[in-house]
Design a protein around this ligand. Structure first.
Ligand SMILES: [Zn+2]
Ligand SMILES: [Zn+2]
Length: 238
């Protein structure tokens, strides 16, 4: 009761405003109905790695990469494609510390997980940043996305379970072989044995190599099922 009252006062003082066009927000979101409807939803997508697929592909299809070599994670859920306005929202979260965008993106991801009737894991682990990058940025965007999800679904987060002990160059701009080499051995497992079902949280899955490498490490730590929850998936790259 008190909570609702406070929430209503807060709404009058700080109404939800669309992060993209400045119109009035809708459904408790910093996004209006029109901008939400225009988001680049990721379907059809590969059933396993969420790679965007052409419209002609039937539902439940698996991409050529996954058919050739199954990823180390079980399934990647990514509701949106990495195109406008996702590129804008994600980069202003990362590089201009717009943490409100993190809450918005996390909410969109959470709504999708509910819609997909996604099985909840025992633990969520955000993709860690290397200590030097964390110092420079001041926060880990994957952890910012993970926190509201943990609260919404009542899940524990462990952001110490895995560390990134080697700084890696950005995956973009490298060819496939260089990308795999760049990320290999970048993560190290810390702490205790992991529970059976673990989810990796990332902002954008670009090549799939980062989450693949992390899934390998998590399996080594005892996880039997590893899923990935990401806000967006980049097209045409694996
Ligand atoms: Zn709008
Ligand atoms: Zn795939």
């Amino acid at each position: 009761m008190v909570y609702n009252w406070l929430k209503n006062i807060q709404k009058l003082t700080y109404p939800d405003v669309c992060s993209l066009c400045g119109a009035e927000g809708h459904d408790d979101l910093d996004l209006c109905q029109g901008c939400r409807d225009d988001l680049p939803f990721n379907h059809p997508a590969c059933q396993q790695c969420a790679l965007p697929l052409p419209d002609v592909v039937p539902k439940g299809a698996v991409c050529g990469h996954c058919q050739k070599q199954r990823p180390k994670f079980d399934r990647c859920y990514a509701p949106l494609r990495y195109a406008y306005p996702l590129d804008h929202l994600v980069s202003s979260l990362k590089f201009r510390s717009k943490l409100a965008h993190g809450r918005l993106l996390s909410r969109l991801l959470g709504d999708f997980l509910v819609q997909q009737q996604c099985e909840l894991p025992d633990l969520i682990i955000p993709v860690p940043l290397h200590a030097s990058r964390l110092r420079a940025r001041g926060f880990n965007q994957a952890l910012e996305l993970a926190r509201p999800l943990a609260k919404r679904f009542d899940l524990p987060i462990d952001n110490q379970a895995v560390i990134r002990h080697r700084a890696t160059s950005p995956q973009m701009g490298l060819d496939q072989k260089a990308r795999r080499k760049n990320i290999r051995g970048a993560f190290e497992l810390k702490g205790e044995r992991l529970p059976q079902h673990v989810v990796i949280i990332d902002d954008v899955v670009t090549t799939g190599n980062t989450v693949n490498e992390m899934a390998t490490v998590l399996r080594r730590g005892g996880a039997e099922r590893v899923d990935v929850w990401a806000v967006a998936r980049r097209a045409g790259q694996q």
